[in-house]
Design a protein around this ligand. Sequence first.
Ligand code: NAD
Length: 358
Amino acid sequence: MGYRITLIPGDGIGPEITEVTKRCIEAAGVDIDWDVQQAGESALEKYGTPIPDGALESIAKNKVCLKAPLTTPVGSGFRSVNVYIRQRFNLYVCLRPFKFYEGVRSRYSGLNMVVVRENMEDLYSGIEFEKGKEETRELIRFIKDKTGKETGEDAGISIKPISVANSERIVRFAFEYAMKNRRKKVTAVHKANIMKFTDGLFLDVARKVAAEYTDIKFEDRIVDNMAMQLVQKPELYDVLVCPNLYGDILSDLCAGLVGGLGLSPGANIGEDIAVFEATHGSAPKYKGLNKVNPAALLLAGIMMLDYIGESEKASKIEQALAGVIREGKNLTYDFRDPGEKNCVGTREMGEAIVDRLK
Ligand code: NAD
């Protein structure tokens, strides 16, 4: 009896890259009984909601989900279905590995970094006050009374909560990950010099947790300096642990260092539930064109296999993918310089990976 795992093929290019990922996992010999569920735009059309109860129940029951990109339906009442899923299942870690594969077009080679991003709070908590509303004016008056600080009457306000509990568990996750994966260093990213009560708290907590892990080196960087360092000397970094917003931005920066979003997987992990995804969107303009790179979702599938204990098969698929990239013959358009014609489609790149798994 195989694993029962929720599969959300998603919108736009989602179904095409999902098919490749399924084929590769099957070819590697992992028996998965996929519980296929709809979410996003396709679900909105069919069920009137972008996140039907059936999909939520399936994730809650199976505890592991592989999710292709979802189009955020405009006017559905959801800011983002992805953010909703993270909040609903308390998936407090966003884990994003960035690894260079030989053959990828990039200014850097040999990189192998991980960003551990806090997923629940910070400016993503969704506590916002719209310009001009009565409650916003009330808040502006409250701030003036308590701090003497003037906020323009025409300001909108977003709240940035950072708590000890959430900071502690994300930093602890980063160190545990470093230990398990034989990483050498954790770097905490912050802007504690300016935001003393939020980022300052995050840094204090990070220092305390770091003191318990004497085998792993610890350092911290202010986020703007971190951005520059990552461009100038990314090879100095190993595991970055970041509050939500900095983690979001630096993750895409790191994706750019190793070949772009087409090669960038992510995992959203909670206490006992995990959702694995490609970090790019649904690229609607390429829907059905057999054009895009399937690697990000496949790499997410590889992370998922690792998570469920199928590390050997995960590594086999990763080697097959790395082999196809290194060989350079069966690659999608995004591996080439703009205008170059020698590329293949999503399916063909997938079949080249499957051939190496036979
Ligand atoms: P996008 O990532 O879908 O596409 C931006 C561009 O990146 C594409 O036009 C394409 O050139 C390139 N690209 C993306 N994936 C690629 C791949 N696998 N191979 C090659 N090239 C690729 O971003 P967008 O256009 O801003 O968003 C489209 C929709 O996706 C929106 O509704 C957005 O809300 C949603 N979205 C979903 C997720 C998710 O589900 N995790 C993430 C980001 C955006």
